[in-house]
Design a protein around this ligand. Sequence first.
Ligand code: NOJ
Length: 742
Amino acid sequence: MSHTPLRFVRLVVLFFAAVLAVCPLDSSIEQRIDSLLARMTLDEKIGQMSQSTSMATLTESIKAEIRQGRWSSFLNAGGPADRAEAQRIARSESRLGIPLLFGRDVLHGYRTIFPIPLGQAASWDPELIEQAARTAAVEASTEGIRWSFAPMVDIARDPRWGRIAESPGEDPYLASVVGAAVVRGFQRRSLSDPQSIAACAKHYAGYGAVEAGREYNSAWIPEVLLRDVYLPPFRAMLAAGAVSVMAAFNTINGVPATGNEFLLRRILREEWGFDGTVVSDYTAIPEMEAHGYAASAGDAAREALGAGIDIEMVSTTYHDHLKELIESRRVPMQWVDDAVRNVLRLKFRLGLFDQPIPVSRQAVITADARGLAQRLTMESVVLLKNENHLLPLAPSIRSVAIIGPLADSPVDQMGSWAMDGRAEDVVTPLAALRQTLGNARALYAPGLKNSRATDRNGFAVALDAARKADVVLLFLGEEQILSGEARSRAFINLPGAQEDLVSEVGKARKPMVAIIQAGRPLTFQKVTAQARAVLYAWHPGTMGGPAIADLLFGRAVPSGKLPVTFPRTIGQVPIYYARLNTGRPASPAELGIPMGNPANPEGYTSKYIDVDLTPEYPFGYGLSYNDFAYSQLRLSAQTLMEDGTLSVSADLTNRGKYGGAEVVQLYVHCVTASVAQPVRVLKGLRRVQLQPGETKTVTFVLTAADLAYHNQQMQLVAEPGPYQVWIAPDSARGLQGEFTLK
Ligand code: NOJ
């Protein structure tokens, strides 16, 4: 007998088992691949399935390997001149003239460094993010790079994980929107435009869910969560045209992503119809032995290829074992041919066979790129507190004290994965504030050498500067090397003696503004309690300084919104807005030891006894110098029909003094479902620009497909019944309405 309640019997089944061709195959390309495959030796085929990183400089032995066709591609290798020469050798001196492909981690800019991806997501601005990715593509392609290992679309809900910096945050809808913008920016117009670079959606899949935020660790993700939360951004990247995917390092439900047939064959290739290229992560194939999944390196090669890894990154198990595996018939030749076809297709799509052999050129940083970086940074900074409208500061202010280890630290400002950014291009907050105020009015005293420092020798000078100034600007946070890959932290507070520095400087009793640069959500309540204003600037990139100065002095108005929940304490993690309810929900104010006992369970609700249930700042939160009023929620009908649409509108009024933008968010909640649904799920976003006093109506249109989730049979369905809907400034507030899906 079925346990499905009667009301779920009529399901609106969507897309179930639909094979979606992502990008139509070009028959002329396929024919050229056929003709090449017919002429390739097994060694040459294995070469196309292998990627090297060893080209620090182009040595004679590497040149010889390129002539032999030993590598399809190089990763993070060489300079522009090496790449041009290597390409010349491949094209004109290898037997079949198959071009090389140069890949690189172009995560948030190339020469011009934009905010870290988590910061870019805080802008909720796909147009600017797309332009930033385009700028990165132009700069990278100038230097011979035609493949970026980005966007990273791992949903990340644990700030302990260092790579949350590279992620678009906790929400699949936002991740899909901002990731797709990166794909469009990289690949725009056509991939064969010499200034386009191939996107690579990574890390497929579940890497952001590693246990306790421990890098490279195991992820356990029930299939329903995988399909509703972790996979949709990847599907969205393919829909946006991404031509490659990188498998993740981690195991997922006990099976390494690198050897995961369910993920790579069943879902990626069969369900989604992906015809692009799949690359392993760095040495992830032999790492399957350490995972306890493959018995040997040869076994690992077989598992990886069988699952569908086309290119092995850095390690050489394909080179070392495939021949023997084929001879012993443990690997069919068809697997090799399929992989080589996928690799060659990428090279054809990029136009590498047909474009002239590139010459060596250097990317330059242009004024336009700087302007764009400054705008995107301004939009990505989140105003968390602004007591009594301390900000913006009056330009006529007599003097400011600039204190803290991150006021003048170009490398830290660029954040992780900024290997092509140059410190000398960076404009720090100190430089920008000196430019705004002149040296005499900008009193600089770092107080600490770096974010981890505990030596208090600089405190006295910092206090002295604070005493002389009208306002104290505190540049705090975490350094670049504390965030990114292999940078998991068990404590997410401000490192070193930064809190003590703030207390010391607080003795001057001057208004304080904290500007925090970091690669993750940090906990910093002691600072928030003492500072009258707090700006969260992530690692803001090349133009972080001017952008922050513009925001401080009101030449720009903050509009960023958090792409991830900020916990009160690490003990609340994991904490994210799209949680399920419990059978015993607590009211937000409930705290403390229950009054009752198990027989009389007063206060036996889902909460902590020692910390509030709510986060420090919810997902979607961010203030402005303006006050934006939301009013008049209206729905076009009380009912959404299965094949119809429903408009949800509200009025937004700028009650402040400045022109500025507000990011308006649409959330829904399916009240009763065959698989319990989160209390809220983001379904729409809109950046709305408003002049002082102006009112605009914001309208979202919902369809049944927007409400879909996976049921117990893993069908994508929208189930009839009551729904709640919000138009909201963040995930914890908003105007609420109701409708019914029929
Ligand atoms: C390992 C990282 O996980 C991946 O994101 C990156 O693209 C490769 N290394 C290459 O640097």
